[in-house]
Ligand binder design. Structure first.
Ligand code: NAD
Length: 373
């Protein structure tokens, strides 16, 4: 199922109406005590939570939204009425620790600026809640380790929201490679970037931890790891700033890097905040290749592949117009399943830690450094 934003809004609207039609739903017993649905507290009402994750949850059979944390009471009241969340389950950031006393909250979804993920994860674990945190996991390896430890100590699940690992076209590419269709993979190219505006928290190192590398370059890094199933042993990069217009006083504008994997696979990737750069990856093997472009968008992904010889081989051209469910719904389904059935998430804290350790190393090769909290 590939939905345009308009179609998705219509379906999401129907879902919201369904929640509103049964106002008691948000107060019903939660996943922890028997409804079969995990109740999520949304922490941060920004672009990703309101635009993608919350509509995605509406389509999930085992997830629902039961609480909100926001610094803007008016916005929170509006969103709460849309999603059938009782006003008693709206919290300010100052009141965050009170989520401990709300049995309708099983898990938190953290969609705050990067450097805040660690603190809000650790406080959630201490409040007895499972945690789904947005990427990048944090802004330092130390914080990633503290997040993992806090969730372990509280016996709570921790998952990092690497949505592409729950997305059908990316999974199809992985399967073609695992099935040996490309023969021996030799090299990968990947890129993802965009032209950022002024006055964004993303260019403030204290809040972001770094530039486009931690924000969107991380999709390329993570993709090379799930496509190969290997961990890079060597990596090095170049970073630069071209636009001296105040946006990049604190973080890199662009970063290009190369990696080598244990089997010998080489990868070349790039990311930028200085130009539109639709995310893509290309995988070249001895028997064929895959081109996914776009690869990291919310909708409209497109896979092309050819393998088994140019004359009699196979050619695939798959726009994902019929692929579903929506990747954010898959992500919520998966985490809720882990919570309900005591499973380990496919992208646990350790997955976020690995990327953070690699980015720290990569930054050191080009004179950049990750911010700390
Ligand atoms: P955003 O700026 O739209 O939202 C951030 C939210 O945090 C807002 O509600 C804001 O009010 C709140 N906030 C609380 N304290 C803040 C502070 N001190 N400064 C700024 N905002 C503060 O950002 P976003 O694009 O929604 O990104 C949020 C997180 O989600 C980031 O970690 C980002 O990397 C991640 N993200 C993930 C995806 C994805 O596809 N998985 C896409 C975009 C963003």
């Amino acid at each position: 199922m590939n939905l345009t934003r308009r179609e998705f809004g219509r379906i999401a609207g129907a879902g919201i109406a369904a929640q509103l039609a049964s106002p008691l739903r948000a107060q019903q017993p939660t996943g922890q005590n028997g409804s079969g649905k995990v109740g999520y507290c949304i922490v941060g009402l920004g672009r990703i939570s309101m635009g993608e994750f919350m509509p995605g949850v509406l389509q999930s059979p085992n997830s629902h939204i039961t609480a909100l944390v926001s610094g803007h009471r008016d916005k929170a009241l509006r969103v709460a009425s849309q999603y059938g969340v009782p006003t008693s389950s709206i919290y300010s950031y100052e009141e965050y620790d009170k989520i401990r006393d709300n049995p309708a909250i099983d898990a938190v979804y953290i969609a705050l600026p990067n450097s805040m993920h660690a603190e809000y994860t650790i406080r959630a674990a201490k409040a007895g809640k499972h945690v789904l945190s947005e990427k990048p996991m944090a802004t330092s390896v130390e914080d990633c380790k503290k997040m993992i430890q806090a969730c372990r100590d509280a016996n709570k699940k921790l998952m990092i929201a690497y949505r592409c690992q729950y997305e059908a076209t990316n999974l199809r590419a992985v399967q073609l490679i695992r099935d040996g269709k490309l023969g021996k993979v030799q090299s990968i190219e990947a890129a993802f970037g965009f032209n950022i505006g002024h006055n964004e928290w993303r260019t403030n190192r204290k809040l972001s931890g770094g530039g486009p590398m931690v924000d969107v370059g991380i999709y390329c890094l993570n993709a090379t790891r799930y496509l190969t199933g290997e961990e890079p042993t060597d990596l090095r990069g170049y970073s630069s700033v071209i636009d001296h217009d105040g946006r990049f006083n604190d973080v890199e504008e662009s970063l290009s890097w190369s990696m080598k994997f244990p089997s010998g696979i080489l990868a070349n990737c790039e990311t930028t905040y200085g130009a539109g750069m639709d995310g893509f990856f290309r995988v070249y093997g001895s028997e064929g290749n895959i081109n996914v472009d776009p690869a990291f968008n919310y909708n409209g992904l497109h896979l092309r592949a050819q393998y088994g010889g140019f004359r009699n081989g196979t050619r695939i051209d798959e726009p994902n117009t019929s692929r579903g469910p929506y990747q954010f719904t898959n992500e919520a389904n998966h985490f809720s399943d882990c919570v309900l059935n005591n499973k380990t998430p496919k992208t646990p804290g350790e997955e976020g830690l690995r990327d953070m350790a690699l980015i720290t190393r990569l930054y050191s090769t080009c004179g950049e450094h990750l911010g700390t909290t």
